[in-house]
Design a protein around this ligand. Structure first.
Ligand SMILES: *Cc1c(COP(=O)(O)O)cnc(C)c1O
Length: 371
C-alpha cells in the first residue's frame, strides 16, 4: 500500500455532495465576480479569526503583498522576516519595494526568534513579518511589544495557520488576530484549501481594510474612479462557494490532524534518532505539516520513496541562500538554526483522511530505517 503525502481526492469524495450544489448555484446565477459568497466568506473567516475585517483576494501571496504595498516602502526600507519559510514571505517584501532582512528561528518551534528580531532592528526597519510555520503560532506576545516600541508594522503570515490559537495572558488568541495585517492562503493543499488559488487579508483596522478593499480592485472604491494604483486580486465567487462549505468542516479536520500528530509523536517517543515536532505549550497547533527532525535525512527520504510513502522537505534551502537574494550578502553560517533545520527536517503525511492502517505503514517505515 502506498501512502500519499496528501489525499485531496479522498477529501473531495467526503464533501462532494455538499460542495457541488453550492457550485451549481453560483453557475446558475452566473455571478462569477464578487458574488454574495465573497462577503459571506469574509464575514465567517473574520469571525473565526477574531478580526473586524476579512478581505478576500487572489492568493496568499497577494494577501501579503497588498498590505506591504500599502506601506509605500522606499528603497532601502527593511522588513524583518524568517528565512525558513515559503518563498512568498520574502518575495512579497521585495516586490513591495522593500529589502528583506532575514533573522534566525527558534530551533524548537521553527518560528521567528524574538531576540534575533530585536537585534536586527535598525532605523530603516519598517515592518516584521511573523510566519506561523507548519500551523503553530509564533511568540506574538514577544513580537508585539517590540513592534510597538519601535513603531513597526507587524504582519502575520498565517498561510499555514488558519484557526491556530495561542494562549496569551490566560486568553486564547487566534492566528491573524493580533497583527496590523495578516495573510491567509487557500491554496488547495492548505488546511482550508480552495479548488484553485485564493487568499484573504485580515485586519482590525477599519481604514486599512478600506484601503485593502480598494487595492484588490485597481485602487478604486467606485468603478472608473481610482484613488491609487492597485491591481486585480479578487477571489472567484466559485472558490468562495467551495470555501464556505469546507469552512464548516475545518474545526473537525484540525482536531483530526492533531489526533494523527499525537499518534505519530507517541510512536516516535522512544527513538534516539527521530525528533518529533515540539508544540509550544502555549499553542494549539493545527498541524498543517507534521515535521520531524532526523539524522541522515536524505537517506530516510530515499527509503520512504522506495516504499511509496509520501514525504516532503519544507524547506530545503533558506531564503537567505537563494540566488535571487545573493545581493543581500548572506552566506552559509549566517543563520545557523535555519541551516540546521534545512538539513534535518522531513514532513510526513498528515490529513484528516489518513487512516490508522496508512499511518502505521508510515510509522513502521520510519522506525525501521533507524533500527
Ligand atoms: C502557501 C504560503 C504562502 C503563499 O500562499 P499562496 O496562496 O500559495 O500564494 C505564503 N506564506 C506561506 C508561509 C505559505 O505556506
Amino acid at each position: 500500500m502506498t501512502v500519499p503525502l496528501l489525499d485531496l481526492v479522498a477529501q473531495y469524495q467526503s464533501i462532494k455532495d455538499a460542495v457541488m450544489p453550492a457550485l451549481q448555484s453560483v453557475i446558475e446565477r452566473q455571478q462569477f465576480i464578487m458574488g454574495p459568497e465573497i462577503g459571506q466568506l469574509e464575514a465567517e473567516v473574520a469571525r473565526l479569526s477574531h478580526t473586524n475585517h476579512g478581505i478576500a483576494c487572489a492568493s496568499g501571496t497577494d494577501a501579503l503583498l497588498l498590505p506591504l504595498k500599502s506601506l509605500r516602502l522606499e528603497p532601502g526600507d527593511e522588513v524583518i522576516a524568517p528565512a525558513f519559510t515559503f518563498f512568498a514571505t520574502a518575495g512579497t517584501i521585495h516586490n513591495a519595494g522593500g529589502t528583506p532582512v532575514f533573522v534566525d528561528i527558534d530551533p524548537s518551534t521553527f518560528n521567528l526568534d524574538p531576540a534575533a528580531v530585536e537585534a536586527a532592528i535598525t532605523p530603516r526597519t519598517r515592518a516584521i513579518v511573523a510566519v506561523h510555520l507548519y500551523g503553530q503560532m509564533a511568540a506574538m506576545e514577544r513580537l508585539l511589544p517590540l513592534a510597538l516600541r519601535h513603531k513597526l508594522f507587524l504582519i502575520e503570515d498565517a498561510a499555514q495557520a488558519i484557526g491556530a490559537r495561542r494562549q496569551m495572558d490566560g486568553e486564547w488568541r487566534v492566528a491573524g488576530e493580533l497583527g496590523w495585517a495578516s495573510a491567509l492562503s487557500f491554496f488547495p493543499s492548505k488546511n482550508l484549501g480552495a479548488w484553485g488559488d485564493g487568499g484573504m487579508m485580515l485586519t482590525q483596522d477599519d481604514a486599512l481594510a478600506e484601503r485593502l478593499r480598494k487595492l484588490r480592485l485597481h485602487g478604486g472604491a467606485k468603478q472608473y474612479h481610482h484613488e491609487e494604483v492597485g491591481t486585480n486580486s479578487r477571489l472567484d465567487t466559485l472558490q468562495a462557494a467551495v470555501l464556505l462549505v469546507k469552512l464548516g468542516y475545518l474545526a473537525g479536520w484540525s482536531a483530526a490532524r492533531r489526533d494523527r500528530a499525537a499518534r505519530y509523536s507517541h510512536a516516535f517517543a522512544g527513538s534516539a534518532d527521530i525528533c518529533p515536532p515540539t508544540v509550544d505549550p502555549a499553542n494549539e497547533h493545527i498541524f498543517h505539516q507534521y515535521t520531524i527532525r532526523v539524522p541522515r535525512r536524505d537517506d530516510l527520504a530515499a527509503h520512504l520513496k522506495s516504499k511509496g510513502i509520501g514525504h516532503a522537505i519544507y524547506y530545503p534551502t533558506g531564503l537567505h541562500l537563494q540566488p535571487c537574494f545573493g545581493h543581500l550578502g548572506y552566506r552559509r553560517g549566517s543563520l545557523p538554526a535555519t541551516e540546521d533545520a534545512m538539513a534535518s527536517v522531513l514532513s510526513l503525511p498528515i490529513y484528516p483522511e489518513l487512516t490508522v492502517a496508512q499511518q502505521n505503514i508510515v510509522i513502521e517505515a520510519v522506525r525501521d530505517f533507524y533500527r
